[in-house]
Write a protein that binds this ligand. Structure first.
Ligand code: SF4
Length: 449
């Protein structure tokens, strides 16, 4: 705990139902949102951050508890909230799930922060001090120009990576994605030099940029990325990093070079599917514009800079059939994608996809909030359009077995090394594949579809 007269406990709960998300707890991401909330908290508060993904939860006394949760972990958040409320300690819930369903959250907590915390956290603490905590706190999207760096000093030092955020928002509108609903369609950018200062201040040599697209989709976002990469190079920070980007990176070869020089080892690209019908299903405009035929060229350009490609794929688009999914798996195995993240289509509350499935009566889960624990991208929680839920579950499990076999991973390691000419990037990719293997091959639970 930091020193102060009042005690604030910030908690990131885990989805206990599906716990094999990553190979080692140290590979997990520190809960950056809680570090940002801590930075917004005045010095009279002592702050402790607990990440249940990193070590088991143990009850600690506090004056105020703040919990963040995604849909898959919200049920656990409600369980933890009950422990504190039983003892008369008020609990505030924030994050993407509570922002989408504040009425549900208010049945389990005292107060809900809807949307980004920057505009309301100070007000909430004032109200708490006056014994006048409100049910909800809402503020618009915050201006990130003067955003404070997260309180990395409050995270357990055992994480391998430091998480850094440089921007928020996405102008795209993929049907399944909750980012535009939560962070808006407009890019908001942090001051690049303050980002570089934050990077310089963290002790880790490995970084994860949590942005949804580190290079953005317009000139301003591109210049922002250039300023950060050049800043890292100029200050000789010697960090290695991983980020999410989109396929449009192939239109910016100079930016790719700078990314590599600043330490980029791997880029996650939302490929989603290898055929245009499935991309149309989810409104994946950028991939449609660049064309599935250009995927190969894109991977080659990224590899040429010594950077590995982490391809994110979705199983369960409306045009998908068991045969189409076999083709997707074949594509993944034969393509030069180095690491595969294969997710079952999951309709998160707050997305257009959730609204659609709800309206069409296609949701398979109805016992909420308990059933939210299945919304973690591995269970089938809806009725697919052109196959049964069981067929989707079996197709996905079959894909996991093939994509995550040790034979495939060893082959991919050699291929990544060959394509990138970088042993470091090949090791990054191999370790990431081992992480996904532990997710994908986790023993099937009692719930399958
Ligand atoms: S999936 Fe990526 S590109 Fe699509 S809306 Fe979400 S953040 Fe934007």
């Amino acid at each position: 705990m930091t020193k102060g007269s009042k005690r604030l406990l910030l908690i990131n709960p885990a989805n206990g139902y599906r716990k094999g998300y990553l190979l080692r707890r140290e590979s997990k991401q520190a809960p950056l949102g809680l570090g940002i909330v801590a930075s917004l908290t005045p010095p009279e508060w002592s702050i402790k951050i607990i990440d249940e993904n990193f070590r088991p939860f143990r009850y600690r006394d506090a004056d105020l508890v703040g919990i963040t949760a995604v849909t898959a972990s919200v049920n656990r958040a409600y369980e933890i909230a009950a422990l504190y409320r039983k003892n008369g300690i008020p609990v505030v819930l924030g994050g993407i799930h509570a922002s989408s369903l504040p009425d549900e959250a208010l049945r389990y907590v005292d107060s809900v922060v809807i949307g980004e915390a920057e505009g309301s956290w100070g007000r909430l603490l004032e109200d708490f001090n006056h014994g006048n905590l409100q049910k909800t706190y809402t503020s618009g999207l915050s201006n990130l120009k003067n955003a404070l760096p997260a309180r990395h000093d409050l995270f357990h030092p055992g994480y391998f990576f430091s998480s850094i955020q440089t921007s928020r928002g996405c102008p795209m509108d993929c049907e399944f994605c909750s980012v535009p609903a939560f962070n808006g369609h407009q890019y908001r950018l942090r001051d690049p030099m303050s980002v570089v200062d934050e990077i310089a201040s963290v002790p880790h040599s490995l970084l994860y940029f949590v942005d949804d697209n580190i290079i953005g989709y317009n000139k301003m976002a591109e210049e922002h990325a250039v300023a950060i990469f050049e800043g890292m190079i100029r200050r000789n920070l010697k960090k290695e990093w991983f980020a999410q980007a989109s396929l449009n990176i192939i239109e910016k070869p100079e930016l790719l070079k700078l990314a590599r020089r600043s330490g980029c080892r791997m880029l996650l690209i939302g490929i989603e599917a290898e055929n245009a019908d499935a991309l149309r299903d989810s409104n994946k405009k950028v991939n449609l514009r660049l064309g599935v035929d250009n995927y190969k060229k894109a991977f080659r350009m990224i590899h040429k800079q010594g950077i590995a490609v982490l391809g994110a794929f979705i199983y369960g688009m409306d045009s998908d059939t068991p045969e189409a999914l076999k083709n997707r798996t074949r594509y993944i195995l034969s393509s030069s994608v180095d690491v595969t993240q294969a997710s079952v289509m999951t309709p998160l509350p707050g997305t257009r996809l959730f609204e659609k499935f709800n309206k069409e009566g296609r949701l398979l889960c109805h016992d909420f909030p308990k059933d939210w624990q299945h919304f973690h991208f591995s269970d089938v929680v809806f009725n697919p359009a052109r196959m049964t839920p069981k067929e989707l579950a079996e197709s996905t499990n079959q894909a996991y077995r093939q994509i995550c076999s040790m034979h495939t991973l060893r082959k991919k390691f050699i291929r990544t090394w060959w394509n990138t000419r970088s042993l470091r990037s090949a090791v990054w990719a191999y370790n990431s594949n081992l992480n996904y293997r532990s997710v994908g091959l986790e023993k099937p639970s009692e719930y399958r579809y």
